[in-house]
Design a protein around this ligand. Structure first.
Ligand SMILES: [Zn+2]
Ligand SMILES: [Zn+2]
Length: 207
């Protein structure tokens, strides 16, 4: 069995009523609990007329939980994340982000299938957190920050937040500021530096 196999945490309950965790809004990016580092789901918490309101971009929430006012495991994970003693598992899988970053990422096509592209590119994407080093290389989209050592494995054929940001920037000029074309040698050097320092997303789940 692969050492890299990622397991979820079956102790996180799902389908519970929306939990109240205080008056402050909360925004988080939640890495796939079961399948690895990328893409991410985006979770939001707010209080409306004293009622707690959670939402998540995962299919379970959108198609099942939302209508019945219940929480998916990612929302529940954020509840655990905000307790005084969060588990190591949720600490490794959840990042709290700003409302601004949530709004920026929310509109990009995170999780949609990787597209076919016309040219080789090497790009640094700085939308939120660690810079993402993405490329369309040898006819495949890769993110060396999210996807594993060859840039593919943990993407599972879907757009991580960095590739989604770049896709979005091709249509929306105001996202160009987050994407920087790089010369190949500098790109490779930057990827290696990020991996050696242990700051890639996938290393947090596989070490
Ligand atoms: Zn969810
Ligand atoms: Zn990425």
């Amino acid at each position: 069995m692969s050492r890299l196999l990622i397991r979820g945490d079956p102790t996180i309950p799902r389908g519970l009523p929306m939990a109240f965790i205080g008056p402050d809004e909360l925004y988080c990016e939640v890495h796939y609990f079961k399948y690895g580092a990328a893409p991410v789901y985006l979770v939001r918490y707010m209080v409306e007329n004293t009622a707690p309101r959670w939402s998540c971009t995962c299919p379970d929430f959108i198609y099942r939980r939302a209508a019945s006012g219940k929480m998916c495991k990612h929302c529940q994970g954020c509840v655990i994340f905000k307790t005084l003693m969060p588990t190591v598992f949720v600490q490794n899988h959840i990042n709290q982000i700003t409302q601004d970053n949530y709004n920026k990422m929310r509109v990009t096509p995170i999780g949609e299938p990787l597209s076919v592209f016309g040219q080789q590119v090497y790009i640094r994407v700085e939308i939120c957190g660690e810079p993402g080093y993405i490329g369309y290389i040898a006819n495949v989209w890769r993110c060396y920050t999210c996807g594993g050592s060859r840039g593919i494995r943990f993407l599972k054929g879907k757009q991580c937040k960095h590739i989604a940001c770049y896709s979005y920037s091709l249509i929306h000029n105001d996202y160009e500021q987050y994407c920087h074309n790089m010369e190949q040698t500098r790109f490779v050097t930057a990827c290696n530096r990020q991996r050696r320092s242990g700051r890639t997303h996938w290393q947090r789940f596989t070490l």
